[in-house]
Design a protein around this ligand. Sequence first.
Ligand code: NAP
Length: 250
Amino acid sequence: MTSPTSLAGQTALVTGGGRGIGRAVALALAEAGAEVVVNYSSSATAAEDVVHSIQGEGGKAYALQANVALEEDVDRLIKTVLERSGRLDVLVNNAGITRDGLMMRMKTNDWQSVIDLNLTGVFLCSRAVARPMLKQKSGRIINITSVVGLIGNAGQANYAAAKAGVIGLTRTTAKELASRGITVNAVAPGFIATDMTKDLDADTILRDIPLGSFGTQEQVAGVVRFLAADSAASYITGQVIQVDGGMVMA
Ligand code: NAP
């Protein structure tokens, strides 16, 4: 009997799956039995390392390069996955960057590059997988947003706007695809120890976290795995699940 938390026989694509939270998500989905496609933009060695770790545990994985801010790269990426794996069951829109600065001094380039990847990239990937998932009459799309998309953050106008946009996109896509058995949810981490946060002032941030510590990549990955693999999650769509140590309580 298949376990209610198994992804056996399914294929999952994790954008930016070679490093940070994406890496932990790729490993968690592979542990649940999925074949995992590890997308990367420039970190080929890191992505291959994730693939080898999964294969070392007896799982199936391969890496594909694509800049998911670019339409032609996304279309090629999804086409390649469908040709190679014959299906695509889970999309995790994880790739993201920061280009911080105060709004009044923010360069248009820094605004645009964050919007292009963190928001438009999520749209491009979601649009590209919608048709195959509609045909399959099943699918899970999980978008990694951020608590700053809920509350804003001084110095991150571009990032907060993109992450807030991802929440609107998640809810809209959830409504559009629900009747065909596809769920779309967002996971909103608070502060997770990765390359993205390594230069931040830990002591100041910790004061705002009731549970008193930074989150781990595995804690975020656990929620993604639940949304992707647990049959109980089939009745959850259009939601934003915070993994933030209690930092933001609405
Ligand atoms: P990270 O360690 O800096 O990793 C970023 C990942 O995105 C890398 O795998 C990178 O791959 C990939 N990436 C960057 N540009 C890309 C592009 N154009 N196309 C495809 N992939 C690209 O960041 P992280 O902390 O793991 O963040 C992962 C996600 O969680 C992001 O969406 C971030 O906004 C979100 N998040 C993080 C935190 C946190 O505290 N860390 C909090 C809230 C939300 P390459 O190296 O190959 O470019």
